[in-house]
Design a protein around this ligand. Structure first.
Ligand SMILES: [Zn+2]
Length: 443
């Protein structure tokens, strides 16, 4: 079952409204492990049996609303985001409770509704598939495996052979990264052909206009390379053609771009020099709730202010070094916070200079390849610096993470969640991913 909601808010507060409950295609999750104990996500949904009040299903996820809330726009305007909750079709009436985190990251109830699976609000009829599903590889029944669905966006009918090649290339790359590499047997991967009228997606700052099946676009929250869809309903209707636990949308475009939200959506443009990096990095957000470990870059969110301990597994406020959530991965004798060449990194790199140069190039109408070259220069300088420091390659607590130069710490000097360097996931990120694989791959 999929419960479709509208999540609305602005200066006057926040409301969630029930829209409808519909069939959401085959259930890919476990039929016995129905409670989510990972504590990931900005939101948490609990489904309770109406008669006994027993929790029969729960799941964490992050919403576009909770990201938008942190933008400047949210202070002066209201907006609505379609959102949805996916759960096994209930046998009887249930109460669906949606919780959100407060400033201290503690969950509180935000919305609740009674859903009667036999009532007029529920429609169990299946939807005609919007596209053709094909199997990349399959290792077992959906309930016992992690089911990943790759959707193609901005591929015209004539581009479908290219979509198939892009899927194979990027999925192959994902499974060269640990821990995906050694856990490949726990996954099924399927893909969905969704032909569009023309190639490419909406890219407002280039005056490129498209209406594509999933409405994926560049320029989310005004950030030129932030690429997602605001249209959750279009995404879910398309994805319901296949059983899936997680998904990623491949976007047929040459401009660098992507986005990833935990247990909601992830995107990557396929024709940039960094497509492979973006595909894996954004999947890290979507799959394991990993935070960006970088800071000093151009993002849509407002930063600064007092920070509670983040719920993301790979960032800490380090209020009590003895209680560090990844302490067991830190070698004895490693100082916390862990010293690194922060000044040199910030001076040499640059995040800021690169952004200024990038904006200049875009304004001049530079090619996507010229923009990629700029990132490539940044990458080679950063790799050199971050790999040659006293605590390089060690786990500790390095200041500068999650868009904050101060007060938040990341577990390693370098990681695919920090830079575009070819370093893979740090040990803390690897473990967080491994835990999600464990959750979903047990029957
Ligand atoms: Zn990491």
């Amino acid at each position: 079952m999929r419960v479709d909601l509208f999540h609305t808010g602005g200066p006057k507060g926040e409301t969630v409204a029930f829209d409808r409950a519909v069939d959401d295609g085959p259930w890919a999750g476990s039929r016995t492990r129905l409670l989510d104990e990972t504590n990931l996500g900005s939101h948490f949904v609990e489904v309770r049996d109406l008669k006994t009040n027993r929790v029969v299903f729960s799941r964490g996820y992050s919403s576009l609303f909770s990201e938008w809330e942190q933008t400047e726009e949210a202070k002066r305007a209201s907006r609505t985001f379609p959102e949805s909750l996916r759960l096994p079709w209930p046998r009887d009436k249930v109460r669906v409770v949606l919780e959100r985190r407060d400033k201290a990251n503690v969950f509180h109830e935000l919305f609740s509704a009674v859903v009667d699976p036999a009532g007029p609000e529920s429609n169990p009829a299946p939807r005609a598939p919007m596209g053709k599903v094909w199997t990349v590889f399959e290792n077992g029944p959906a309930a016992a495996k992690l089911d990943l669905l790759i959707l193609g966006e901005g591929y015209a009918e004539k581009d479908l052979p290219k979509f198939h090649a892009d899927v194979k290339r990027l999925v192959e790359i994902l499974f060269t990264y640990e821990p995906f590499k050694s856990r490949k047997a726990d996954f099924n991967v399927r893909a969905l052909d969704l032909p569009a009228l023309e190639s490419g997606v909406l890219r407002p700052d280039s005056r490129i206009f498209r209406r594509t099946p999933l409405s994926v676009q560049y320029g989310i929250f005004g950030s030129e390379r932030y690429m997602l869809t605001y249209d959750d309903r279009a995404l879910r209707e398309a994805a319901s053609a296949a059983p899936y636990d997680f998904l990623e949308i491949l976007v047929n475009d040459a401009r660098y771009g992507g986005g990833g939200i935990y247990n909601f959506q992830a995107t990557a443009s396929v024709d940039t020099g960094f497509a492979e990096y973006v595909f894996v990095h954004e999947f890290g957000h979507h799959f394991a709730g990993l935070a960006d470990e970088y800071y000093g870059s151009d993002v849509a969110y407002e930063t600064g202010g007092e920070k509670p301990e983040p719920w993301e597994p790979n960032v800490t406020a380090l209020k009590d070094p003895k209680a560090l959530k990844w302490a067991d991965l830190v070698e004895k004798g490693t100082p916390l916070p862990t010293p690194w060449e922060k000044d040199a990194f910030e001076k040499e790199n640059r995040g800021v200079h690169v952004q200024v140069e990038r904006r200049k190039l875009i304004a001049q109408g530079a090619s996507p390849a010229a923009l990629d070259d700029l990132f490539r220069r940044q990458m080679s300088e950063e790799t050199k610096l971050l790999s040659s420091m006293a605590w390089s390659g060690k786990t500790g607590a390095f200041e500068g993470a999650a868009y904050e130069a101060k007060g938040l710490y990341r577990p390693s000097a370098d990681c695919i969640m920090f830079t575009r360097d070819a370093v893979g996931f740090c040990p803390v990120c690897r473990r967080a991913i491994g835990r999600v694989i464990d959750e979903y791959s047990r029957p």
